[in-house]
Design a protein around this ligand. Sequence first.
Ligand SMILES: [Zn+2]
Length: 298
Amino acid sequence: MLPISKPDLDAETVYTTCTATARPKSVRPQLQQLTVDLNDAVARYDTAAAGEGLHTLGDLQHQPDGKPDKQPGIKKPKPKAGGLNTHLEAAYTNRLVPEKSPGHGFYEQLMAKAPDGRCPLCSQGVADTLDHQLPKVVYPLLAVAPVNLVPACRDCNFHKGDQAPAAAADQTLHPYYDHNVHDYTWLVARIIEPPKPSITFHVEPPPDMPPTLAARVRLHFTTLKIARLYNPQAGPAVRTLSLNLRRWKLPSSQVPQHLLELAEDAAVENPNCWQAALYTALASNAWYTQGGYEKPWR
Ligand SMILES: [Zn+2]
């Protein structure tokens, strides 16, 4: 997960822009009246997210209508005047996302927060959509709330789905709020030795990591299927590394230190990046440092 700063967009301005042209016209006054509820919900969200408490916002589920606007397995109904939840979801889908929609400028501003255009959730994919941290189908009032909209790749967006957290440990990491997750090193790589050398990646939280945060990291890693994003990159990285070590003719006694320096450099940007985990694991692997880099890797 790549931490990013919270968007400084005003939630009411975004909401007003995205609901002012709702159809039919008759629904607009009702949507406008919701700005008080919206501001209250966003303020509560901000406090809750900062304290790993998004699961405490259960009373906002399916508000303002108070019931889901679609039943599981049944196709979403067309917007109708009576269902405000459907109009709130449409504010996102029709008034924030499309290129010529009134709120598209906000969409662009939120997308621009993706570091180097990367998905902050997996740090691997290209950010090409916005993910609702709390799903809009469950929390329609937060459908266009900037703090709930995180740039993401389509895979992360898909894997996250429409699940709403029921407990503190049920929350995947939030790039706007969970910046302390990198105060700890929890990503580790394991080297599988010959005959078929390979690498696997795992979450192993250190003992001093708060249990809820540790559980959330595990959940984030498994929900978004992150290990499988690292594996295809790690093999080529080791092959290039081995090639360099052979070319430099570095004495094998100096190889572990060199690998630790590579790990340290990689960790500057993100202590839990796969490169830092990989080089750390290789540095302490006797088979690799004592000549394994001379052997073919797959
Ligand atoms: Zn992603």
